[in-house]
Design a protein. Structure first.
Length: 104
């Protein structure tokens, strides 16, 4: 997911929330969301050990990546291109779940 798509989708989610509940949404979202740049940095320095996948809540992939030491460097290199997008997708999932909770 590209940054432009991410921002527009996040804006749609925020606009769907009642104005009185937006501050609560923003507070909860900021506490749970993952910064794609930080996740990318973790992937660069600790990606061999699967730390990037653990941070994104992908425990099984993190364990597999840890056991194989980054998939013998192949998985590590591929994740350098994919992990920021995975962080943005995870953030959209978090935002959607929070918005649904606040609507109920």
């Amino acid at each position: 997911m590209y940054n432009r798509e991410y921002i527009s989708e996040l804006a749609l989610i925020v606009s769907s929330i009642e104005e009185e509940k937006r501050n609560e949404f923003i507070t909860k979202y900021n506490a749970r969301a993952h910064n794609p740049t930080v996740v990318f940095g973790l992937s660069i320095y600790l990606g061999f050990f699967g730390v990037d996948r653990f941070v994104l809540g992908q425990t099984l992939l993190g364990i597999l990546k840890l056991i194989t030491l980054g998939g013998l460097n192949i998985w590590y290199l591929i994740d350098l291109f994919l992990v920021a997008s995975a962080a943005r997708k995870r953030n959209i999932e978090i935002a959607t779940a929070l918005a649904n909770d606040l609507k109920n």
